[in-house]
Every structure is written in structure tokens, then in C-alpha cells.
Design a protein. Structure first.
Length: 177
């Protein structure tokens, strides 16, 4: 790829970013070398960082994208505040907190619990990326079995299934919690 093509691609990408609501106010800079795109700057949320990557990846001719955009934490936001922000996003996006919970460690949010569908898990992940201070989201949410599968299990099978789960639980000691 020629230097001229790189410059043209760089102008196109920069123009695209500068026209995109939610991204244009950040002053993100672009550098293209041999078809490799380098993004630099700062955004407020992981969602915006991902949105930027998705937007730029649609441009034809790109060989690779190095997303060097960082996520601002507005000073010293701690894990408790990040977790609170995630729960606020859950409320704004109708995520059932009886099914899915969140905990932040070092800016990485861990989602835990059970969900009825993959869509419910995906919505929770997406909502978490919108919270300030989130650097990454790791889903440990498990899909619950469809009700008809549970209906087919005998009481004895359900009991033994639960006993085996309790034995695997690190908090379970000698049959007592």
C-alpha cells in the first residue's frame, strides 16, 4: 500500500470518527501505516471503545487495527463505584438483577448468575460496557436449563444433582454451609 493510499485512508477514517455522535467530541487521532490503523485517545466507557473499533473496521482496505484508545476513570474511581455504575446501567436496561449480578476487580467486571437466554446474557454484557470505569467484562453467567428438562427429572435426580453441586462449592464444608 502506498503512502498516498495510507494518507487517503487516514483522512477517511478520521472524517468518519469526527462525524460520529458519541465519538466526535473525544478528539481521537488516527494514523495509518501500510494499511495498519493505529487509534489513539481516550473515551469514557468500554462501550465507546468497542463502538470505535467496530466503526473503523468497516472501512475497506484495512489490514489491522491497533486500538490504543484508553478508558478514562475520571480520577480515582474504585471498584465499588464501578460496580454501582454497572448496577445503574442494569436498571436502565431492564437487566434482572435477581438473575445476573456484577462485581468489579481492577476495572474488570465479572458477571455471575443464571440467565434464561443468551440474549439476556448479551444484554447484561452490553449494559456493563456502558458503565464508567469498566475496562473489561467477563461473563460467568450460566444458561439455565429449559423448564421442560427440569420437569423430566425425578425428585431423586434433582436432589443428587444439588448434592453434587454442593460438594463442588468451595464454601460447602462437611455438608454444612
Amino acid at each position: 500500500m502506498s503512502k498516498y493510499q495510507d494518507q487517503e485512508m487516514q483522512r477517511d477514517i478520521q472524517s468518519l470518527i469526527d462525524r460520529t455522535d458519541g465519538l466526535k467530541s473525544y478528539g481521537i487521532k488516527t494514523l495509518v501505516q501500510k494499511g495498519e490503523v493505529h487509534l489513539m485517545g481516550m473515551v469514557d466507557t468500554l462501550h465507546e471503545r468497542r463502538q470505535l473499533h467496530e466503526l473503523v473496521s468497516r472501512v475497506e482496505g484495512i489490514k489491522s487495527i491497533e486500538n490504543g484508545v484508553t478508558i478514562s476513570t475520571d480520577g480515582q474511581i474504585n471498584d465499588g463505584e464501578v460496580t454501582a455504575e454497572v448496577y445503574e446501567e442494569f436498571a436502565n436496561n431492564d437487566i434482572n438483577v435477581k438473575h445476573i449480578g456484577a462485581e468489579s476487580r481492577g476495572g474488570t467486571v465479572y458477571l455471575v448468575g443464571h440467565a434464561d437466554s443468551q440474549e439476556e446474557i448479551d444484554n447484561a454484557v452490553e449494559a456493563a460496557t456502558r458503565a464508567r470505569g469498566v475496562r473489561d467484562v467477563m461473563s460467568q453467567v450460566k444458561l439455565t436449563e429449559p423448564q421442560e428438562v427440569l420437569d423430566d427429572l425425578s425428585l431423586k435426580e434433582i436432589f443428587h444433582s444439588q448434592v453434587n453441586n454442593d460438594r463442588e462449592d468451595p464454601h460447602f464444608k462437611d455438608g454444612l454451609e
